[in-house]
Design a protein around this ligand. Sequence first.
Ligand code: ZN
Length: 194
Amino acid sequence: MRGGPSSIRVSSEQFSGIRLELVLRRQAKDAIVNETLRFARRGLETNGMLLGNMRFNSGKGILFCEVITATDSGPFAEHQPGRTSVDTRYQTQRLEEAQGRNLSMLGFWHSHPRYITEPSSGDHISIRAAAMPLYISLITTLQSGESVPRLRGFAFYFRQDGEFIRRQLDIYMEKANGRFDFFDAAKATVMKDV
Ligand SMILES: [Zn+2]
């Protein structure tokens, strides 16, 4: 995944000592599932933007990254089995609309059709180049024989000593009844309402 608008919203902060958790709202989850399936059936990668908010609970030492909605890839993204480009103009327009609703860009999601839900070396390069204080990356995959994608979440940031850090995210996914299921970061979460 390459390109895309950038957005610097969080001041330089030390993320190393705090817990990071991802909250995925249903609207975002549904958008990601639909867009993943649209291209995974043809074995192609796709992507979109993650829009929402971050809030820090200082008492618990947890930074909640709440993804309220997610975009599709837009009409001019190029889709291949192993990579996809960002439709920068489309995503920039969608970001401006979202900012009007006080949402920020938290990062991007993209699919890895039929292979493991780990960021690739190319993903690391493009995420690093985005130079966001904290970059949320969600990766979906559709494993063979399955009709619902799986999801994993990662956060990337530069530590104060300059080291580029990748951490897995625990995920709270909103169900149809408005409650949340908790998923351990190490497991690929099946994206269906349970
Ligand atoms: Zn990737």
